[in-house]
Design a protein around this ligand. Structure first.
Ligand code: FEO
Ligand code: CA
Ligand code: CA
Length: 763
């Protein structure tokens, strides 16, 4: 989504520009990098397992070593604003499933005209986002090697296009007659229950069993599989966490639904994903903060809750307890259907009862987590993994698993000026846990250390642990942390306390399977946050959109990467550089630092994913600054390694609306220029869409790619006649082998992309 750029970080944490020059001048950078190479070296970071007696076990579990490609085998696409999915010559695109498709034969085909009933818990959701692909062994459990059966789990993120689910848009009206969603615009009127139930239940996760042909190529999904499943915001989930903190955590989740806080309901705003080495999916709750209401004339909760709500952007507190109900979407208001299990009233977070067990004041505390789902066990209850912290989780990507070593999960918090986090498991990885489901998750994801990243001036960084033994947290004046439970539920505030580095909206992470290095997209930032005075080494640019009208600050974003000290998942130090800077190809050299061309220019990197088959780094965009020239896209890159470029000083110049020009210089570290051979545009999406989420078959011959919200931001008000469709994909057959589903309104979808000669994608 392009809207979730609210800055709720008012902490005084430095942008670290002041320390950069010192590091650069001292020459420590080169020594530091050499030190890291000496400790590890790319070749020493295991792909086939670690040292010692466990090698055989690990080797048996993992696929063949990832090759280092010399080139990409396709011709780069040009920019496009066509209403179609474009891929290079020699490749084909089909649709696996799209918004509203049935998950069983008993559910009617999707109408695409808003005439469905309350049956969305039996349909594929909307706004396809992160996804993960899992093979099924003969025992029905996850298999780490290819088999003849598999499932695909897909996130369904946002309700920004919920007007398309209703015959005539949202009939209770938006301000000024416009569509509305969780980011605002609702006019406060009572909403029809059917509209609200459709909007609630399209969120969450869909799991389908993918049908494979004799050579393992996906052909579609099975309507008869017992593995097909939806997890929605109404699914009961367990609240899990560290033994020492779980009582404190559950106490903060006490609601009228569960007076013990041991369970919560569902998952919301599911953006990026992660997978675990034991074969489960992590679905990440991102912009959950904007779904709640605290109507006027109601009571605010305690002061600590208000402080936390403000820091997370929970709308009702940010605009004060007596403000009008213009934020959110009025899910609490229906009166034309029973409030079964508080399905409507739970979204009203007023402290109206005597205690938290009498109302839903604590409902916001039940969101903002990574939620683990066992995709092969439909009867298993998902688990909120509170040990991984609570924030606007974008994705959760794991380190290369090494037998006998802890597992690390890297996580971004997607809002302007937020942070990058790491969770390190207490338990050491044991390949015997493959297929272990939620029980294995309990082993690795309940106990561990949570860190936040601080990027230093000299190209090094530190992981700062978040717990109350840290005096910076236990004595933090703006918020009282009584215990680890407070840290895990109010994580953003704990990260403020330790002085983490504010970033340009951290989105997805990805781990290079060749050398274990971690990549994170930083999608963009505004001029308010990133001007020449606040630019820093890790967020070094401040400029205006090249064409002058679509943003300023860092409107094109960049991708940072880092190498853990010693190649260790548990390291507390790392080395970093900036892999790529988004830019229009005709931008000034001070902006187009990665020397992008017409064949690979891009803006606002968001999704990020490495193929374990080819080692290609795939970059997906969700952009608003380059969309006058091209729709969003997917690019393929052959990366090098941290330190393959060098130090560089960036000359910033930012022109304010008033005409005032601010300038400055920012030293940083930049990866090697890839050039047209190592960075190519592979796919261009329909208008309005972002490209997000990827997965592959084990042989690397099929990739899945998600197209989210084609035609977004087209007006949709009042009556069907008022729909102006900015896209009619995929019903228009644009770029796919056949039209998919009913014509008319645009739909999000999962693509199946194959190479016509049957080879691996991109190589
Ligand atoms: Fe859901 Fe940060 O994109
Ligand atoms: Ca341009
Ligand atoms: Ca532009």
């Amino acid at each position: 989504m392009s809207h979730h750029d609210i800055n709720c970080n008012e902490s005084n944490n430095e942008h670290f520009q002041t320390v950069l020059e010192k590091g650069l001048q001292s020459g420590h950078r080169r020594n530091m990098l050499r030190g890291f190479v000496g400790l590890t070296g790319a070749a020493a970071i295991p792909v086939m397992g670690g040292c010692g007696s466990s090698d055989d076990v690990v080797a048996a579990e993992l696929p063949a070593p990832v090759p280092k490609l010399a080139s990409l085998d396709f011709g780069a696409l040009s920019k496009s604003i066509q209403d179609q999915v474009q891929v290079p010559a020699g490749y084909s695109v089909r649709v696996l499933h799209a918004t509203g498709d049935p998950l069983s034969a008993s559910v009617a085909a999707y109408s695409n005209n808003g005439t469905e009933t309350d049956d969305w818990a039996g349909r594929v959701g909307d706004h396809h986002d992160g996804m993960e692909f899992f093979y099924i062994g003969t025992d029905g459990k996850y298999s780490a090697v290819a088999t003849s059966r598999a499932v695909l789990a897909v996130n369904h993120e946002s309700s920004a296009d919920a007007h398309f689910f209703h015959a005539k848009g949202q009939t209770s009206g938006g301000v000024n007659g416009k569509k509305f969603n969780q980011f605002g615009g609702w006019d406060g009127r009572t909403r029809p229950s059917l509209e609200v139930l459709k909007e609630i239940n399209h969120h969450g996760v869909s799991i389908v069993e993918v049908t494979l042909n004799a050579t393992g190529v996906p052909t579609g999904y099975s309507l008869s599989s017992t593995l097909n499943r939806r997890v929605t915001p109404q699914t009961v989930v367990d609240v899990k966490g560290p033994a020492s903190a779980i009582a404190s955590i559950r106490n903060k989740m006490v609601t009228k639904f569960d007076a013990n806080g041991a369970t919560a309901r569902g998952t919301l705003n599911n953006c990026g994903t992660g997978n675990t080495p034991w074969g489960t999916v992590l679905t990440c709750e991102e912009n959950w903060a904007f779904y709640f209401n605290m109507p006027p004339a109601s009571s605010a909760p305690d002061a600590a809750s208000v402080t936390s709500r403000r820091r997370y952007g929970v709308a009702s507190a940010a605009i004060a307890a007596t403000a009008a109900t213009t934020i959110s979407q009025g899910w609490y208001t229906p009166t034309d259907a029973p409030d079964t299990e508080f399905r409507f009233s739970r979204w009203n977070i007023a402290a109206s009862g005597a205690t938290g067990a009498d109302d839903f004041r604590n409902e916001p505390n039940t969101f903002g987590y990574n939620v683990e789902i066992d995709p092969l066990n439909p009867s298993s209850r998902p688990a909120k993994r509170t040990a991984m912290g609570r924030f606007a989780h974008e994705a959760a990507v794991n380190s290369i698993p090494e037998s006998g070593k802890p597992l690390a999960f890297y996580m971004g918090c997607d809002s302007r000026n937020e942070y990058i986090y790491k969770f390190v498991s207490t338990a050491n990885w044991d390949p015997a846990d493959i297929g272990g489901g939620i029980a294995a998750g309990d082993k690795y994801l309940n106990e561990g250390k949570l860190f936040v990243a601080k990027f230093n001036s000299d190209g090094t960084g530190q992981w700062l642990e978040l717990n109350t033994t840290n005096a910076a947290i236990s004595s933090y004046a703006p918020f009282k942390f009584n215990d680890l439970g407070d840290v895990l539920v109010h994580t953003r505030l704990a990260a403020d306390a330790v002085g983490a580095t504010k970033m340009d909206r951290p989105e997805w992470g990805a781990v290079n399977p060749v050398n274990g290095e971690v990549y994170m997209t930083l999608t963009n930032n505004s001029a308010t946050n990133r001007n020449p005075a606040t630019a820093d080494g890790a967020n070094p640019r401040s400029f205006n959109d090249t064409d002058g009208t679509r943003g300023s600050g860092n409107p094109n974003g960049h991708i940072i990467r880092f190498k853990e000290e010693g190649g260790s998942s548990a390291a507390v130090k790392f080395a970093w550089d900036i892999f790529l800077f988004g830019s229009e190809e005709d931008a000034a050299a001070s902006i187009n630092i990665s020397k992008l061309t017409e064949k690979n220019s891009f803006s606002s990197p968001d999704g990020l994913w490495f193929s374990k088959s080819t080692g290609i780094c795939w970059i997906q965009t969700d952009d608003g600054a380059f969309t006058d020239e091209t729709n969003c896209m997917l690019l393929a890159a052959i990366p090098g390694a941290v330190g393959d470029g060098g130090a560089q000083t960036i000359n910033n110049s930012l022109t304010a609306a008033s005409g005032t020009v601010a300038t400055g210089t920012t030293p940083t570290f930049v990866g090697a220029v890839l050039g047209d051979a190592r960075l190519k545009r592979f796919l261009v999406a329909p208008p309005g869409a972002e490209v997000t989420g990827m997965a592959e078959t084990a042989d690397g011959k099929t990739i899945f790619v998600n197209i989210q919200h084609p035609g977004e931001d087209t007006p949709a008000i009042g009556t069907a006649a008022n729909f102006t469709l900015g896209s009619t994909w995929p019903g228009n057959a644009g770029g796919i082998t056949a039209a998919y589903g009913p014509t008319g309104r645009p739909r999000s979808a999962t693509l199946i992309i194959t190479k016509n000669d049957g080879g691996r994608i991109g190589s």
